[in-house]
Structure formats: C-alpha cells, structure tokens
Ligand binder design. Structure first.
Ligand SMILES: Cc1cc2nc3c(=O)[nH]c(=O)nc-3n(C[C@H](O)[C@H](O)[C@H](O)COP(=O)(O)OP(=O)(O)OC[C@H]3O[C@@H](n4cnc5c(N)ncnc54)[C@H](O)[C@@H]3O)c2cc1C
Length: 338
C-alpha cells in the first residue's frame, strides 16, 4: 500500500505541473497514467508541433514542453506509475483509497484528476481470442525492444508506428507486416526502405490482409490471415504487435459519483474541488463557466487545487502564501543552493 499526500491521475502537462505546485508546498505525490510515458496529448498527439502560448516561452514543441516540465519537477522525486489505470476509488473517514488495474493500492487525502480527454487506449485487433495472449505475446506498444530479439513477429497496421517498428525489428527478428489496405500511410522514405528490405527477403509484407484466427492453447504459435476474397494464409508467429492508433476513454472515472456534464467534471473554481471533498479536477477534464481548454488554464487550476490539498493533508498547519524567489523553504525543496 502506498501512502501519499496526493495521487495525481494523468501525467499530461497539467498533472505534471500539479506535482510542482504540491511539491513547493512540501506535499508528496504519486502520478498514475495509463500511457507508457508522461506528456498526455502533447506527447501522444503532437510531439513535434510548435506551441506558441505558454507564458514566457515564445515557442516550444509538445515534446520539449513535456521534457521541461519533467525537469522542473525532478527535485520532488514523485513516483510515476505508467501503463496503469485507476480502476476504483472509495473513501474511509476522509481518506481516499485507490486501486489500479494492476491491483496497486494508494491511500491519500487528495486525488487530483488531470485525466484530460480520458485515458488513451490502443485500438485493439478485432479478435477476442487474442485477449488471453495480451502482455505475453500480443502487444500494442513496445517498452523494451530487446525482448523481441530473434522472434517471429507479425505486425499489424499501416501507419508510421507499424512501419517504423517493422524496419527496426527486422534488424534482429523475422518480421511480417500485415495491412488491410494495399497502401501504407508512412513517409515515402520509410516506404522505400521497406520495399528494399522486402526485395532482399529481409521482411515479409502481406496486403490487403486481416487477422482471421489464432491457435488454441496457452502459447501463441501461429496466426491465420485472410484477404478480401477470404483466401487464407497461416503465419508462424511468436509475437503479435498491433498499431492502429489510440482511442480516448473516460473509463472508470464516470463511475465515481462525480458531477459530470458532457463528459467533463464540474468543479468549484475557488479550489477546483469536485462535489466530493478531496477530489479535484484540473486541465481539460474539468468544466466551469468560461473554461478554456489551454495548457496555461490547467496550470492555474493545478496551483489553486494544490492549496486546498495542503489544507487537507496538513490540517494542523497554516497555509502561508510564498513567492519561490523569497522563500528559503521552497528553495530547499527545489534543491537550490546559494
Ligand atoms: C493538436 C492539438 C494541438 C494543441 N495545441 C495547443 C496549444 O498550442 N496550446 C495549448 O495551450 N493547448 C493546446 N492543445 C490543448 C492541450 O494539449 C490540452 O489542453 C492539454 O494537453 C491538457 O492537458 P491535461 O494534462 O489536462 O490532459 P492530457 O494532456 O489529455 O493528459 C491526460 C492524461 O491522463 C491520462 N489518463 C486519463 N484518465 C486516466 C485514468 N483513469 N488512469 C490513468 N491515466 C489516465 C491520459 O492517458 C493522459 O496521458 C492542443 C491540443 C491538440 C489535440
């Protein structure tokens, strides 16, 4: 069981800045995100797109904003629980108990929901028999490519992720790339590379094909694919990778008894608390009159929520507003040496 001052659900830009605002007040936080990396929409949807409206930063990319937010919160040593989704919450005498889909339990007086447009989840292959192989031999993202060495890998998808991984993994494994259309959506350079490897017999490409079936039993051995005329082929396979993009789902958050309207959580703008004491909502997921879905609005919301979190986590201490430049206490927390 992990006990902390605040649990932040969502490691998008607003969740990351919430770590900072809690941290400078001396509060510890744990961050949970369904994705395999921090950054939310900035990293998942537009890592290279320029952003021009972050105060005092004339231009940055989604990736550089995320990298800088992570750098800014490093002194606070928050733990990140990635690839993990908060499934259930319950209250016991003013303390919230959270359980994730990996059965990790957290106890805390404060939950900050910074879940954006919901948890990003991979679109999955349309064959329910594959579920039992997930995270063993069927994957929708890759954390450690060394585990995929010397394998027979079937990759499904026709976009950049599928093509890039097909190229990369073909360096040390037997790769078959399967796509339901004849055309790929990758960059011309990547498609040329694939064609060369195919001509040299270093990669196998099957189009237009889709998955039809998979072997029974506990260990993945082969898949069957079919084309538009129901012609089938059997492919020996140890690993299936699917890259069909992401869908966004609010998921279990809707079951937590929070006041919601149009898939957003209603908050009180004094402290961004929801209708449940100790549960806050900030960033794109919150709603109030005049709400702007901008990163800078989320930063402000996280700052105000953190003040109320302090009052709940340290009920016997008085909250004192301080500037970071003039507070020795804050500078110590940031590890600044003068
Ligand atoms: C193409 C595009 C361009 C944009 N350009 C700009 C711009 O120039 N300037 C600007 O200010 N804004 C811009 N925005 C908007 C900006 O990206 C959002 O306002 C911002 O990302 C919101 O941050 P957030 O932290 O609230 O949520 P998100 O970035 O959506 O992050 C939420 C995180 O929470 C996770 N999550 C959700 N539910 C759960 C759960 N139950 N368990 C675990 N994890 C969960 C998700 O996986 C996600 O990582 C743009 C948006 C898009 C799509």
């Amino acid at each position: 069981m992990i006990k902390t001052d605040a649990v932040i659900i969502g490691a998008g830009p607003v969740g990351l800045f919430a770590v900072h605002q809690l941290g400078i007040k001396g509060l510890k936080s744990e961050v949970i995100d369904n994705l395999d990396k921090a950054g939310g929409q900035c990293i998942e949807l537009y890592p290279d797109k320029p952003i021009y409206d972050i105060p005092a930063i004339p231009e940055c990319s989604g990736k550089s904003l995320t990298d800088n937010l992570l750098k800014q919160i490093r002194p606070f040593g928050s733990n990140f629980h990635l690839n993990e989704r908060v499934q259930e919450i319950k209250e016991d005498k003013g303390i919230w108990i959270l359980k994730t889909n990996k059965n990790k339990i957290f106890t805390t007086p404060n939950i900050i929901i910074a879940g954006g447009v919901g948890s990003f989840e991979p679109r999955k292959l349309p064959l329910k028999e594959l579920t039992k192989f997930e995270e063993k031999s069927v994957f929708y993202s890759i954390n450690d490519k060394t585990l995929l060495k010397n394998k027979k890998i079937s990759i499904f998808g026709g976009g950049d992720s599928a093509l890039d991984w097909a190229l990369e993994l073909s360096k040390f494994s037997k790769v078959t790339l399967i796509h339901r259309r004849d055309d790929f959506r990758g960059s011309p350079h990547t498609i040329n590379e694939l064609e060369k490897l195919k001509a040299d017999g270093k990669i196998f490409i099957k189009t237009p094909f889709q998955i039809k079936s998979v072997n029974d039993g506990k260990v993945l051995k082969f898949i069957e694919i079919k084309d538009d005329n129901e012609k089938t082929e059997k492919i020996e396979t140890d690993i299936i990778l699917g890259f069909f993009g992401l869908i966004m789902q609010l998921g279990p958050i809707v079951e937590w008894g929070l006041n919601m309207s149009k898939k957003k959580i209603q908050v009180n703008t004094e402290n961004f608390q929801t209708n449940k004491q100790g549960i806050f909502a900030v960033g794109d997921i919150c709603s109030y009159p005049g709400k702007l879905k901008l990163i800078l609005s989320g930063f402000h919301e996280a700052a105000l929520a953190s003040v109320e979190c302090f009052k709940r986590a340290r009920p016997n201490e008085k909250y004192r507003f301080q500037f970071t430049t003039s507070s020795k206490e804050i500078q110590d927390r940031l590890g600044i040496k003068k």
